[in-house]
Design a protein around this ligand. Structure first.
Ligand code: GLA
Length: 387
């Protein structure tokens, strides 16, 4: 199995030379076409090979029929993959006695075939988890012991199946509320606060070599960040095996500021864990929710004012997006000693969940590749950071 740490250690002399050549070549690259002196687009995985892994989330549709070439970009650009939905509870374990691994197997096989660091996402979450998980056969709420047994069975079955193949798991997703207290989820209500520590212990037992992550959004908000620090320190004090904290990084154009991201990485890594940027995108559209954050349960209704660029992104906004990505990557680069991986949440703008969240049917431009799979000025800005 490839671990993110090992992978970085394997950035040998040869890797470095290639990275240096590519970095030099990008000096000659034009922003528009981004052709290097060698006639190709530079690959993020090479450009950042000395710093961190670079990944993308891929979907079941792409794995079944990649008719528009997203996986070609993934193969060229990235050395890690995350499953956008295929490893969520509702997909892999839809009924009490039914596991369905078809899509997840396809995902893992793709990653193995291309020598990528494969992320598992996500074992314990309040969302995209069927209601039956928390109920008995009569529809009554489960007790602590029964829900713990169910959680353990799920973790052992799933992590056990991909033992030695999936390099790291988002064990618990989004357990914190905005005010930094533990979220009032069915997991916590039924089991108690220790469901988090127990999920990590089960995952470690199921695959002792896998990296284990706690993953959440809006960790730059001081109250939530303080809650994350309390959680990480408490896990640490209990001897719970945890490798890294995942900062999802579903960003807006202005917020969080790159200074807030910088401070947050310093504070979180100060607890002794590594950091992974796990779900990076930048929402360029007018804000539809007053609350901020990335709660998938939130919805807003649409209006033309909220969907201003249905044909193309205006050039000044395109450039502002490039500057935003450049600023973020300068922060990640500065913290490359503690950052193991930077993963985008999608490949091309057309793939992004942000076309449908929190308002359905908008045209968003949050990633580095446009709807035709071409690199955008934001891609060039990111590559420039590594020079
Ligand atoms: C959260 C989850 C992801 C995904 C995104 C939206 O961040 O962790 O799995 O559902 O929301 O696509």
């Amino acid at each position: 199995m490839v671990s993110a740490h090992d992978d970085r250690r394997r950035a040998t002399g040869a890797g470095r030379t290639l990275a240096a050549l590519l970095a030099g070549a990008t000096l000659l690259a034009s922003c528009a076409g981004l052709r290097t002196a060698f006639g190709g687009t530079p690959a993020l995985k090479d450009v950042f090979s000395d710093a961190f892994l670079v990944g993308a989330a891929i979907s079941e549709a792409q794995l079944i029929r990649d008719d528009r070439g997203a996986l070609k970009i993934v193969r060229q650009q990235y050395n890690s993959i995350s499953p956008e939905n295929v490893m969520k509870w509702e997909v892999m374990h839809p009924l009490p006695r039914t596991y369905d691994f078809r899509a997840a197997d396809r995902y893992v096989t793709f990653g193995e075939r291309h020598g990528m660091f494969i992320v598992g996402h996500t074992l314990v979450w309040h969302s995209q988890t069927p209601a039956w998980v928390f109920e008995d056969s009569a529809g009554k709420p489960l007790g602590r012991d029964s829900l713990l047994a169910r959680m353990r069975d799920h973790i052992f079955t799933v992590v056990g199946r991909y033992r030695g193949r999936v390099g790291g798991w988002d064990v618990v997703n989004e357990a914190l509320a905005d005010d930094g207290t533990l979220r009032d989820s069915p997991w916590r209500r039924i089991i108690g606060d220790d469901y988090i520590a127990l999920a990590f212990r089960y995952a470690h037992e199921a695959d002792p070599d896998a990296e284990l992550y706690y993953n959440d959004y809006s960790l730059e908000e001081p109250a939530k960040r303080a809650g994350a620090v309390r959680l990480l320190l408490s896990l640490h004090a209990q001897g719970v095996p945890i490798t890294a904290v995942g900062m999802q990084e579903h960003n807006k154009m202005e917020l969080p500021t790159s200074e807030q991201v910088d401070t947050t990485i310093t504070i979180l890594s100060g607890t002794g864990v590594h950091v992974a940027i796990t779900e990076l995108d930048v929402d360029v559209l007018p804000l539809a929710l007053s609350s901020g954050g990335a709660d998938v349960g939130m919805r807003a209704s649409g209006s033309p004012r909220l969907n201003p660029w249905t044909k193309r992104l205006p050039v000044p906004v395109e450039h502002a997006l490039a500057d935003r990505y450049g600023d973020l990557f300068r922060v990640y680069w500065r913290h490359r000693d503690v950052i193991d991986r930077v993963t985008f949440w999608g490949v091309r703008d057309s793939d992004s969940w942000l076309n449908n969240w929190p308002v359905a049917g908008r045209t968003n431009y949050p990633l580095l590749f446009d709807r035709h799979g071409q690199p955008k000025p934001a891609f060039a800005a990111v590559v420039r950071v590594a020079r």
